[in-house]
Design a protein around this ligand. Structure first.
Ligand SMILES: [Zn+2]
Ligand SMILES: [Zn+2]
Length: 261
């Protein structure tokens, strides 16, 4: 498998996954014009996306899912609770995403299927899930928008070669930053996001011997900076004796280079 993060942050999140010939979009939260341009720049053609996964109903993850599913003739997988959400409503083929469950994503022409497992995570949008995707013996885990570290999520998502992990805010920057107090409490709360420190806790749980790359995602532009998030991740890995793992920070305004899972 190969993953390309198209953009990540509070203004929209989306990543493309290739599993042989099957193309899967994980979240579609960038504005449709931006998303269309970034998808076209990967070189895939018209009607190339087979599946679109939506982790939860917040617009920075779901915004363009319905319109893109319609254009590509893709199957849209989202929680039953958000089927009528304006952002996904127009998708012609919608499936219920299993919550704390498994499903098989139908492959394109002769490719092996992709096994999808979801685990529910704490966030103020019910339900929010993290993804585990397996294909040809390789595993990608994708975890974003989580209010606090959880053991059960760790169990489902461990054992991945490539891990996409939220690292939303730095405690000190949030404390001294421009957000009103109520919003600071929301970000920090169980319905909010993972801090760099909490990311490091999850990373320690998720980093198995097969892990080679971590992508830090959903970095706040006001309450975090890539240097602090990377330092927290490399620090956690160093304490585990894992100086071999590569860490990159995803960006809001530019896609990352594709990464082999
Ligand atoms: Zn969210
Ligand atoms: Zn989000």
């Amino acid at each position: 498998m190969r993953l390309q993060v198209l953009g990540s942050g509070s203004r929209g999140n989306s990543a493309l996954l290739w599993a042989d010939e099957t193309v899967i979009l994980i979240d579609a939260g960038l504005p449709i014009r931006t998303l269309t341009e970034r998808i076209a720049a990967t070189g895939i053609g018209f009607k190339a996306i087979d599946h679109i996964l939506v982790s939860h109903g917040h617009l920075d993850h779901s915004r363009s899912a319905g319109i893109l599913a319609k254009r590509h003739g893709a199957t849209l997988h989202c929680a039953a609770q958000i089927h009528e959400h304006p952002s996904v409503k127009r998708a012609p083929d919608k499936r219920d995403l299993p919550i704390n469950g498994k499903t098989t994503l139908e492959p394109r022409r002769g490719s092996a299927p992709v096994e999808l497992t979801t685990v529910k995570i704490p966030h103020d949008c019910e339900p929010t899930v993290a993804f585990r995707l397996e294909h040809g013996g390789r595993r990608l885990s994708f975890l974003s928008d989580m209010g606090e570290p959880r053991e059960d999520a760790g169990q489902v998502l461990e054992g991945a070669q490539l891990l996409v992990l939220e690292s939303n805010y730095d405690e000190e920057m949030l404390k001294g930053g421009p957000y009103p107090d109520a919003l600071k409490r929301r970000v920090r709360g169980v319905g909010g996001h993972l801090s760099n420190e909490q990311m490091a806790v999850m990373l320690t749980r998720l980093a198995g011997p097969e892990l080679h790359t971590v992508v830090l995602a959903h970095l706040s532009q006001k309450n975090n900076c890539p240097e602090l998030a990377l330092e927290a991740a490399y620090g956690a890995l160093a304490r585990m004796g894992r100086s071999d793992v590569n860490v990159v920070a995803a960006k809001q305004d530019d896609p990352l280079e594709p990464i082999q899972v």
